[in-house]
Design a protein. Structure first.
Length: 1027
């Protein structure tokens, strides 16, 4: 079945549901009517409910009847799994419990509830092998021991009823009305020890086929006193789970926190404890359960969820990752299909794949040559990856081999969660202008990057680094710029202009430092149009996913009687919350505008200062011309410049004050501040929601979903000021004609002004540092994940290309310091290796050293003088060389990463690979699917488990992750939601793929089969794998 292949998915599980056969229930009508109402109510559960546990205390006849309804009558097809649960009272007594609505009478003793959750075993097996086995261990409550003669010692309804009748008959007349029915009172008088229960379960019939759960409410009543503290702690720690019936997710969180604080088992599941139909007001009604479990709808799935509780269990209305997928359905692949083209003449089958893909972590495993990388290449190709050069299967040496070129006979299609399809022929690459929808990190790509970084640098990695740093810059600090390069340009534009002015003072030659912007190219236009097309497709998909309208139950008189007052209060509170949000949005808009005004004011001041320097230079150039004119005219008599920065400074100061003022409001912890007001109103909303009727709660939930949908739509449509929105892309395309701009690089310099140029470079470095502070803070926060991640972002003044540029102007056939190709290159390498550029003094020393070598032949001690004009090529002006040397055009700020305080080039291949993986999995904020081929390559086991696993787990929380691994251990410790097992039949030339959740026994056997050392390698983790 498709839902089995897709692996672990979110479903609602309610493991505590009573039937009309229960000792206590409130289903209306006679037995037949009650059962029909009960079964119909289960069939009407929301579609996310897939698993229930039938709990009728110590009887399983209700479970038996539910099974008959499903197996023989074709009912309950909406449920994938029905588990039997037996509820017992343990012989651990607490304080007084009050009479409950279910008929439990007042007692001096409270009993801890123990729930035994069984796998899908037959009811007869539970009766014969468990209930019968514990019968002899039952004991009566202290207050009922006088009636032991009436107790038959065997659990039957008749015996329990007789015992209850005796207890009630012995009670004083004025207290008899407080007792429940005899059957209930008889059951409540029995208890059994935990040891007896575990002994009865310790048989081959129930081995690894049962779980124990403690009822939290009754456990709480057991006091933490000196003589009970050990019992209270041990009884809950002996259980696998804890059950509660919370009124709301917030109440659940408080309950679980109390367990965590008490340092006891806190694996708490919310259950309905249903005794009523779903339409009733009572909390303990069918469907009133907030538990979501990400697992196969099997007992093994439940066991796996317990092992990975934090990752696989969610208590609330909808798991965050499920909501994320629903909001961004264009960014999640639902399935992959690879088929031979109709009419193909190729006889070899190769591929016949139609495989669903999980939205979380997919691990493709198999032996070497089994087709793992083939599948990852195909998925990436269909997703328009940019890293096609790294394909290990779809290349000219293998499946695209020109001799046979089997790839031409196949097409691949990936289907997205929004229902759209992307199809590619396996022998064709997407257009270079296609929008990348899947990020692919094949082994060859990672190895190439590692090698480039090891050799000193990679332009590809630098580009990715800037992109990811930009993704962490807060929106209000981006100054409406669409990329890191654009933001840096904006931030340092006037710094660069100042460098240009100083270089003008050194030389009258201007050189352009920036090439024509990429935006002028046809490819860039096409790219924007493709992005716009994609965004419009996302809008169509979003419109299609508009929440289904839920009618306002407020008009119903019945609903008004239920909770109209609470509903009205929620509307008022939501209006208050919306007002707080609006107030915050206005403040953030004010701050963003103020930040931009402040930056503009600074830029204007720098521009005016540059203009003044240019004006002074112009007056110096004009003076000799006036002297030649023979008239006593001073330059300042002809040209004057009045500068008054006061208005701009006032704007800048006002903007700074505005920022401080807004921050003081945004960050205020005062009772009337935004933070506290929001906390108060949200808490009030949650508290009030708990009082709502079911229909009103669903309507409120619909309104919240609709508001989130409308917000997503508004953000997608955006406007010209909202980067990467539809409006922004439309404005960008419209404005392409006016974008070309001229930017000049300052290549020349003179010694006396080089220090100033260097100071400006340092100022630019500081701007870079401010921009990477957010991403550095993010990386440091990873330490909170108990992850040893000594990763640091740095900015340094980097020398680049000096040797190439320099020798492009030098005649190395002329006698001098740089005579001869090999000798001159060695001399320059030594010179650069000895040089430092972090300070102005070091930089000037380097420039003067080069100048000296140009003017003297330093190949021997004589150091004879040489003419600079003789050292340069015929087409080169001698001054041009010095302009370059002193102008520091070869120096610039550059982002870099260090790992454990080592430069990337100094790291081992494994460390460089780890750095790249951390970079893409943890630091990169892109949310399109990512496919990684063998991420564990060159990593030791300790690094895999301490760092890589945590990065993969963090990544799958916010995007779809697909990994190819030859080590299934990685898939297991990462708790992959889906395992795809690849196998190749080399005789028939075919690849086959099987898939399922890691809890699927069939998939687990595949994992074991290909593990190095097979099953013995699992021995030290037997509990993890339940082998």
């Amino acid at each position: 079945m498709q839902n089995e292949k897709i692996g672990s998915t979110w479903r609602k599980w309610d493991l505590h549901v009573h039937t009309p056969a229960s000792i206590v229930h409130h289903y209306p009508g006679g037995q037949d009517a009650a059962w029909e109402a009960f079964i119909s109510d289960l069939e009407a559960l929301p579609p996310e409910f897939k698993v229930i546990g039938i709990n009728d205390y110590v009887f399983v006849d209700g479970y038996e009847r539910v099974l008959r309804a499903k197996r023989e009558q074709g009912r309950l097809q909406n449920l994938d799994l029905i588990l039997p649960v037996v509820e017992l009272r343990l012989d651990k007594f607490g304080g007084i419990v009050q009479k409950t609505k279910d008929g439990f009478s007042e007692s001096n003793w409270s009993r801890i509830n123990l729930h035994v959750i069984f796998d899908e075993v037959e009811p007869a097996l539970i009766r014969d092998q468990f209930l019968s086995a514990i019968t002899r261990h039952y004991k009566l409550m202290p207050e009922a021991r006088d009636h032991e003669a009436r107790w038959g010692g065997v659990i039957t309804r008749e015996n329990l009823r007789a015992l209850g009748e005796a207890i009630i008959a012995a009670a004083p007349d004025d207290q008899k009305s407080s007792y429940g029915d005899p059957l209930t009172e008889g059951f409540n008088s029995l208890n059994v020890s935990m040891e007896s229960v575990k002994e009865a379960l310790d048989t081959p019939f129930f081995e690894r086929r049962h779980l124990l759960a403690i009822g939290k409410t009754e456990w709480d009543s057991l006091r933490w006193s000196d003589h009970t503290i050990a019992d209270k702690r041990s009884v809950i720690n002996e259980a696998n789970l804890v059950f509660t019936a919370a009124e709301s997710p917030a109440a659940y969180e408080r309950a679980r926190k109390s367990l965590t604080v008490a340092n006891v088992t806190d694996l708490l599941l919310d259950c309905s404890d249903a005794h009523w139909l779903s339409g009733e007001k009572d909390k303990d009604r069918i469907g009133n359960c907030f538990t979501w479990i990400k697992a196969d709808a099997t007992f093994a799935g439940l066991v796996q969820a317990i092992r990975e509780f934090s990752n696989r269990v969610y208590i609330g209305d909808n798991p965050p990752k499920r909501q994320l997928v629903e909001r961004h359905r264009t960014k999640y692949v639902s399935s992959i299909r690879v088929k031979k083209k109709p009419g193909s003449s190729l006889r070899d089958p190769w591929f016949d794949v139609d495989m669903p893909l999980n939205s979380d972590l997919v691990a493709i495993i198999g032996n070497k040559g089994s087709g793992k990388s083939a599948l990852s290449d195909i998925i990436a190709l269909a997703g328009d990856t940019k890293n096609r050069a790294g394909f290990s299967f779809l290349n000219d040496q293998r499946f695209r081999n020109p001799k046979g070129k089997p790839a031409q006979h196949f097409t691949a299609s990936i289907f997205w969660r929004d229902g759209t399809e992307s199809t590619r022929q396996l022998d064709e690459n997407p257009s270079p202008t296609s929008v990348e929808r899947i990020k692919y990190l094949p082994q060859l790509y990672l190895e190439t990057l590692c090698n480039e970084l090891g050799e000193g640098g990679s332009s590809t990695f630098d580009s990715e680094l800037r992109k990811i740093i930009f993704s962490h810059v807060p929106e209000e600090d981006r100054l409406d710029q669409p990329s890191m390069d654009a933001l840096i340009d904006f931030k340092v534009a006037e710094i660069n202009a100042a460098r240009q002015a100083i270089i003008k003072e050194i030389s009258r030659i201007n050189a352009d430092i920036f090439a024509t912007e990429e935006r002028m190219s046809a490819e860039f236009r096409t790219g924007l149009e493709k992005q716009l097309e994609t965004k419009r497709s996302e809008l169509v998909a979003l419109d299609a996913g508009k929440p289904v309208e839920v009618a306002d139950p407020g008009a119903s008189p019945e609903a008004q009687r239920e909770s109209q007052q609470a509903a009205d209060l929620i509307q008022q509170l939501e209006a208050q919350a919306a007002a707080v949000d609006k107030e915050e949005a206005v403040l953030r808009d004010r701050k963003g505008a103020a930040v931009k005004r402040q930056a503009l004011a600074k830029r204007i001041s720098q521009a005016i200062d540059n203009h003044k320097k240019a004006h002074d230079q112009f007056l110096q150039e004009l003076a000799p011309l006036l002297g030649e004119l023979g008239a006593e005219i001073r330059p300042d008599q002809l040209v004057s410049l009045r500068i008054d920065l006061a208005p701009v400074n006032e704007v800048g100061a006002a903007a700074a004050n505005e920022i401080i003022s807004v921050d003081s409001v945004l960050l205020s912890e005062e009772p009337d501040g935004l933070v506290k007001r929001r906390e108060t109103v949200l808490a009030s909303i949650e508290a009030t929601k708990a009082k709502l009727g079911e229909r009103q709660r669903l309507f409120i939930q619909y309104k919240e979903a609709l508001a989130a949908w409308e917000k997503a739509k508004n953000e997608l449509i955006g406007g010209k000021d909202k980067a990467n929105s539809i409006g922004w892309l439309e404005a960008e395309i419209e404005g392409l004609a006016g974008l070309p701009r001229r930017l000049a690089d300052l290549r020349a310099g003179r010694v006396e002004r080089t220090r100033q140029v260097h100071a400006l470079i340092v100022e630019a470095v500081n701007e870079y540092r401010r921009l990477y502070e957010p991403v550095q803070s993010f990386v440091q926060s990873a330490q909170q994940m108990d992850m040893p991640l000594p990763l640091d972002f740095q900015v340094r003044i980097d020398e680049s290309g000096f040797q190439e540029h320099f020798f492009a102007r030098i005649n190395r056939q002329a006698r001098g310091s740089f005579y001869g190709v090999e000798d001159s290159e060695q001399r320059m390498r030594d010179l650069l290796n000895e040089a430092g550029f972090s300070t102005a003094d070091e930089t000037i020393a380097f420039a003067e050293k080069v100048d000296d070598l140009l003017r003297h032949d330093r190949r021997d001690d004589a150091g004879r003088s040489t003419r600079l004009a003789d050292q340069v090529r015929r087409s080169v002006e001698p001054r041009e060389v010095l302009d370059y040397v002193y102008g520091l055009g070869y120096l610039s700020p550059r982002y870099s990463l260090t790992y454990a305080q080592q430069e990337i080039g100094q790291l081992s291949p494994g460390e460089r690979g780890l750095l790249l993986l951390v970079f893409y999995l943890l630091v990169d904020k892109d949310d399109i699917p990512i496919v990684i081929d063998q991420p564990e390559e060159n990593l030791d086991n300790q690094t895999i488990y301490k760092i890589l696993v945590k990065c993969i787990k963090a990544a799958k929380e916010r995007r779809q992750v697909i990994i190819v691994t030859h080590n299934p251990n990685l898939a297991v410790v990462c708790d992959a939601e889906q395992i795809i097992y690849a196998e190749c039949n080399k005789t028939e030339h075919s690849f086959t793929y099987e898939a399922g959740g890691i809890e699927n026994p069939k998939m687990l056997e595949k994992v074991i089969h290909i593990l190095e050392g097979t099953k013995p390698a699992f021995k030290n983790r037997s509990d993890k794998y339940a082998l």
